[in-house]
Ligand binder design. Structure first.
Ligand code: GLU
Length: 503
């Protein structure tokens, strides 16, 4: 049997990075096993529907390079892939459960449900729920006469359909990550599967679709583990073989205490969404990894390592290498602590690995936004000099701004530390040396200036720092003579003279 997996988000808002990781692990698993990957939208809870969320999910996964073989965009043998368009299908299957006695209509009003809970709580029941203890005391098709039941349905009295959990049964779930999980069915409640608005709940739609779409492996977040026994019972009630399950560990806050939330990101200053999200109701914008300057390769590599390890020291993996190496057995049971510094480390790695022409294209675009123009050769040369220091594309400009715009102010602390008026004639002399040897490469220029410093008994650090100050405006940047060679001797001389005049 060939592997088929699905990513099944609900369009209730932007996709959290934990969701992206779930999609990624599904994708890696599918590709590794020459299987198929499905994108299904679980939008049966219309009250939680958020406009734009579905498009957001598709765009975010596309940016990550996670591709689907079937689904809302690609189509496939099991169209439609949006659950709200599959109502007829669920109607048919809920009837099957009703007819077989695995499900029943329930007419209890919110007040009656509340009264039931209160009754149980008063009796000392700690977890009051609609289950085999109470179902025969409630208003449902197990307790109503047939004629009365039919009348109510004809009259359009609102109802839900509940699953009749078998009383004396042990449910054994073999989870590919957690091993065997054992639950007594009698502890579960009679979950609502269908509502009178004609919509199934998540549980029914999810199980029916996984079966019809021939899903072989359900790989999803740990928060769905408590639902898994119910799902297994549903497969059994339908007489279907269940897929295999793998419940992924949580993404934890950086300190390891609790699940990573949007608030942690806001508080600690990092994105929790793959791409920017603008809330359609409030207009509030949440930044994404893409907009923060992360490369998709770095983001994917980083996410892959949050909860999975290759069993070796290797950390850097391309998507193809991840596919090659991925195995569910190496997904950890333990929650994975989120570490933004590691994300930056990956980004720096991938940024450095880009060729100079690509980086120069990025820098050119950033310069354009700043209304700065410069010849491409110059930009490529600059990129060669500063790329080692860049974590994000924007750092390319932060590190190189002075190459394109001459300093007009000089770092006060550096001036105070190194500048003395007696240096003025020496800096002019350095300008003369540069003028006379404009054709020489950086190391040769350096040698000439060093000779000058020695002959005039000057302090190397002091002179060099003042020349740097003239070129950059502060004490940062790559090799000083590479800066001079890149600026061109004429510009370097202008900057030396400008500083001597201004300081
Ligand atoms: N619609 C569920 C979600 O939003 C899918 C859970 C599952 O994969 O079964 O996460």
């Amino acid at each position: 049997m060939s592997v088929r997996v699905r990513f099944a988000p609900s369009p209730t808002g932007p996709l959290h990075i934990g969701g992206v990781r779930t999609a990624l692990y599904n994708y890696l698993f599918a590709k590794k096993n020459n299987g198929k990957m499905i994108l299904r939208i679980e939008d049966t809870d219309q009250s939680r529907f958020v406009p734009g969320a579905e498009e957001y999910i598709a765009e975010a996964l596309e940016w990550c390079g996670i591709r689907f073989d079937e689904g809302i965009q690609s189509g496939g043998d099991h169209v439609p892939y949006r659950q709200s368009e599959r109502r007829e299908i669920y109607r048919k299957y809920i009837d099957r459960l009703l007819n077989a006695g695995h499900a029943y209509y329930a007419f209890d009003t919110p007040e009656e449900l509340e009264a039931m809970r209160k009754r149980l709580t008063d009796k000392g029941v700690s977890n009051p729920q609609y289950d085999h203890h109470v179902r025969m005391e409630m208003h449902n098709s197990l307790t109503l006469k047939q004629a009365e039941l039919e009348q109510r349905i004809r009259d359009g009295v609102p109802y839900v359909v509940r699953f009749r959990i078998p009383e004396n049964q042990d449910v054994y779930l073999k989870d590919l990550i957690r091993g065997e999980v054992h639950v007594q069915a009698s502890t579960l409640d009679d979950k609502v599967l269908f509502k009178s608005d004609g919509m199934p709940t998540y549980h029914l739609a999810n199980v029916v679709d996984d079966h019809l779409m021939e899903v072989t492996h359900v790989i999803r977040g740990e928060e769905w583990l408590p639902s898994a026994p119910l799902h297994l019972l549903l497969y059994e009630a339908f007489g279907w073989k269940s897929p295999e399950f793998a419940h992924l560990p949580l993404l934890l806050k950086p300190d390891g205490h609790g699940k990573l939330s949007k608030r942690d990101g806001d508080r600690l200053g990092f994105p929790v969404f793959p791409i920017e999200w603008v809330d359609p109701n409030t207009g509030e914008t949440s930044t994404g990894y893409r907009e923060s300057g992360y490369l998709p390769e770095a983001f994917v590599n980083f996410l892959a390592m949050l909860g999975w390890n290759p069993g070796s020291e290797q950390e850097v993996f391309s998507m193809d290498q991840l596919i090659e190496e991925f195995s569910i057995n190496r997904v950890s049971k333990k929650g994975a602590k989120f570490d933004i510094e590691k994300a930056k480390w990956f980004n720096q790695h991938y940024l450095r690995a880009l060729d100079d022409a690509t980086l120069a294209g990025m820098l050119q675009e950033i310069l354009r936004q700043e209304n700065i123009t410069a010849p491409m050769e110059r930009i490529i040369r600059v990129v060669e000099l500063v790329k080692e220091r860049a974590v994000f594309p924007r750092d390319l400009l932060l590190q190189s701004h002075f190459f394109f715009v001459a300093p007009t102010t000089y770092d006060k602390a550096v001036v105070k530390k190194f500048w003395k008026p007696e240096l003025a004639p020496h800096l002019r002399a350095v300008a003369d040396i540069l003028a006379q040897h404009a054709h020489l490469p950086a190391p040769a220029l350096k040698e000439l200036v060093m000779d000058y410093i020695k002959t005039h008994d000057l302090k190397t650090g002091q002179v060099m720092n003042c020349i740097r100050l003239a070129m950059v405006g502060q004490s940062m940047g790559p090799d000083l003579f590479e800066i001079i060679a890149t600026l061109g001797v004429d510009e370097a001389i202008r900057r030396l003279n400008a500083m001597v005049e201004r300081v």
